[in-house]
Design a protein around this ligand. Sequence first.
Ligand code: HEM
Length: 429
Amino acid sequence: MSAQTTWADAMTYRHRADPYPFFAQLRTTPVVQVAQDLYVVTGYREVLALAHDPRISSDIRRSPLAAHVAEDTDSPVGLEDLRAHSGREPSIIVSDPPDHDRARRQVLRHFGPPHSPEVIPGMEPHILALANKLLDALEARNATTFDVVEDYAYPIPVSVICAILGVPLADEPTFHTWIHDFLSGVDLGPDATTEEGKARTEKSRAAGTALRSYLAELIGQYLHQPADGLLSKLVNDTDGPDGPMSPRQAVSNAQLLLVAGHDSTVNTIANCVMTLLRNPGSFELLQHHPELIPRAIEEVQRLQSAVQFFPSRSATDDIEIADTVIPKGAAVHLIYSAANRDPARFADPDHFDPQRPDNEHLGWGSGIHTCIGGPLARLEVNLTLETFLHRVRAPRLAEDPPPYRRSHIFRGPRHLMIDIDGIATREVQ
Ligand code: HEM
């Protein structure tokens, strides 16, 4: 099978539940050309090297895929969408230094130490209270089955990121649909060329525009009337070394923070429950040894990487690597999820080992674009998983594999139905 066909197979929705055999096939050539102007990197060593290589740009405006796509309406339109969605002022994930570094500093001032050390740990009581409240509701209706995604995993990160950013939670039903449609239409695989795929792309464009308008209005309000929350602080910051962020740039970053700030955390919570229930004995192991939860979460992230890759990168020079030359100007996908199962780096890589030593996986990225939300996501997944382990009695997967969401970038179950013996009553503290 050609690398081109294998890549298309890995990206097609039909294989969303298990793209890994295709990634393993691709990895026989760790850096491989899969289309004109597109190279895919699947080896751990190679992904790590290129994630730290200044000759790799993340600026979506430089990507040849984006340019081709804009000219050719019959080709998959995912990248054009990513470019459009980032607006004329790119967000930090699709920009390069020095703009990237300045914007990242501006955001981090209001998100973590040293300037705002209380933001993330301050969410702990909120996360715990919400996790328990959701389980209380299931207990009250004597649930013997429930959807881990809708009934438990989704409400927690979305509520947390709204509180941090200053986005009204009351607007969640509206932006939930926009974000769902937006992400479903970002498709770089063969499905994008079908009639349904084109319709999804159209819907995604409209949803992205609606989401950006909504956030622009909210930021406009904060400019006139400053309030608590990161978005308001971002555009009203007069104390910081970089000054306030421009409203246009703030809209792009608000969109990134709102979407990235909950979507992959939801997928990770669902992936954790799914992986524990797929591997007999591991649920009980963590119940009796909650101190192993953080390591188990990292192992799930390695095995089921909620962000499989991010498709904005391109080479700014010829780069020789793994007996291949990536030519200047080519698009380069660093496939974190494939690197995370590289047998040259991880022993028995398809096996779930919650106590795996030396687990330096790439599920949070690596290099200057490493996830800024890792500490928050880890706190959320830790607490929700711990509460789940504590109160959900004898969970079993009702359907395996579960139905998957469309995205091959932000990959996770759409629903995760489980059967249970019941929910234990909350202990009064
Ligand atoms: C389990 C949940 C999460 C996973 C698996 C995840 C994964 C990732 C990965 C792999 C990247 C690197 C993308 C690249 O290489 O281009 C990234 C970047 C990013 N993530 Fe996350 N993320 C998660 C949660 C969050 C949260 C909660 C937030 C925000 C509050 C967040 C905000 C960001 C931002 C802003 C970037 C871009 C950083 C930059 O370009 O400098 N993420 N994330």
